[in-house]
Design a protein around this ligand. Structure first.
Ligand code: PA5
Ligand code: NI
Length: 186
């Protein structure tokens, strides 16, 4: 019997996912400006806002295959607004996802199909089930990196257009060290 080395490695609490088959991407401020209420600030265009690592095997179109991922969100604010991911619905609304917080403090922001928003608090060790019918976005409310693992079907897809057309109705700010939720009622 052949005993093989694992293909990927994750230093769960302090590191990222490594391995030759790991895909990585960086979201720079210049590509994230539109996420914020007011992106007119002195952050440089090349500031890394978050990094995404992912790993999967097999045909991504095959039902049942999985992605394993990690998002590392930097502790930066944009005109006092906390760092956020772009946010998305899944293209296949039947596909759920699991998030689990490995480091830091944050909020997992949800929006349902009636635009109702709510959030779950994240801290090291929290596990979050994301129903496939909910839009989801990470918010780093802490002073350290927010590191969140994820597992989701490769067939889920990311529907960004839907959230760009109809954005989340809440924004999360940090004002004098306090987290402030601002809701838009329109
Ligand atoms: O699939 C997911 O939900 C995550 O891996 C996200 O893609 C990741 O957190 C980055 O968020 P977004 O894709 O909304 O930029
Ligand atoms: Ni998702």
């Amino acid at each position: 019997m052949e005993i093989k080395e694992a293909k990927i490695f994750q230093d769960y609490l302090n590191g990222v996912i490594t391995g030759s088959e790991t895909e990585t991407s960086k979201k720079l401020f210049k590509d994230a400006r539109s996420f914020y209420e007011n992106s007119d600030c002195d952050l440089s265009d090349d500031t890394v806002m978050y990094e995404v690592y992912s790993y999967s095997q097999g045909d991504p179109k095959q039902t049942g295959n999985l992605n394993w991922g990690l998002t590392v969100m930097k502790p930066v604010t944009v005109n006092q607004e906390c760092n956020i991911t772009r946010g998305h619905f899944h293209e296949d609304l039947n596909c759920a996802e699991i998030y689990f917080c490995l480091h830091g403090e944050g909020l997992l922001l949800f929006m349902d199909e009636n635009d109702h928003c709510y959030a779950e608090k994240m801290k090291t060790g929290t596990v979050h089930h994301i129903d496939g019918h909910l839009a989801h976005r990470l918010v780093n409310t802490g002073d350290e990196e927010l590191r969140v693992g994820a597992c989701w079907p490769t067939t889920a897809g990311h529907d960004y257009a839907r959230i760009e057309k109809n954005p989340f109705k809440v924004r999360i700010f940090k004002e004098n060290g306090n987290i402030v939720v601002k809701e838009r009622h329109s």
